[in-house]
Ligand binder design. Structure first.
Ligand code: NDP
Length: 200
């Protein structure tokens, strides 16, 4: 990473996670110079996100926001329920959605949330990033809700997301798994890399 930091021909550095247990993930991420942190996981860039200042944004959350805009679902004034509070997806997504200019009202749920369905049933938009199939099903949602399924789970019947198959019966729009959030994540990674190259 030190070599890549110094190499002027390199615009972006991505550390493929997870790392083997004996390697300190925090130290590795923090070794990347923030200007080349195209994954947006460096504390400097996460700090910029908290402050609402420009910086490299984490790709999956940025992709979710982009998906909402491009699919005609401006989150301004909407109640968005995010299920999952990881540093990679849920937490930065809640910050992106609630920042000035995006203006969603965000509820961030997690494994200790009691009565999850009381929140999801009130939501205009539900984003699920948990890592368990069938975490959210149709009876937990209101009719016409927009659902973004971030989950990727390998099962005997192939790749599935975190929401049940019956969700498509109540949702007005639902991202597919695979082929939804995954490709958007890659697109945002390319976008961050181009931004980083142009800044150089
Ligand atoms: P983590 O395991 O880091 O976080 C999972 C979160 O879900 C935690 O906050 C946990 O709560 C919460 N949770 C677990 N069970 C429940 C439950 N029953 N009800 C409510 N909340 C629950 O996962 P990641 O955020 O890294 O990933 C989530 C999913 O998204 C995975 O399937 C992953 O593969 C996928 N993913 C997909 C990407 C893509 O590009 N498509 C990119 C990144 C992730 P608590 O904090 O209390 O433990």
């Amino acid at each position: 990473i030190n070599d890549l930091n110094k190499d002027n021909s390199v615009s972006g550095i991505l550390v493929q996670l997870p790392l083997p247990k004996h390697i300190n993930k925090k130290k590795v991420i923090e070794a990347i110079v923030p200007e080349k942190d195209v994954d947006g996981f460096h504390p400097f860039n996460l700090g910029k996100l908290v402050q609402g200042e420009p910086g490299l944004r984490p790709c999956t959350p940025a992709g979710v926001v982009e998906l909402l805009y491009k699919s005609g679902n401006n989150p301004s004034g909407k109640h968005v329920v995010v299920v999952g509070r990881s540093t990679i997806v849920g937490k930065p997504l809640s910050l992106l959605l609630s920042q000035k200019g995006v203006d969603a009202t965000v509820t961030l749920c997690h494994s200790r949330t009691s009565n999850l369905e009381s929140f999801t049933r009130d939501a205009d938009i539900v984003v699920v990033a948990v890592g368990w199939p069938d975490t959210v099903s149709a009876n937990m949602l209101k009719s016409g809700v927009v659902v973004i399924d971030v989950g990727v789970n390998r099962t005997d019947s192939g790749l599935v997301g975190d929401v049940s198959s019956d969700v498509k019966e109540v949702a007005s729009q639902l991202t597919p798994v695979p082929g939804g959030v995954g490709p958007m994540t890659v697109a945002m990674l390319m976008s961050n890399t181009v931004d980083s190259a142009l800044k150089k």
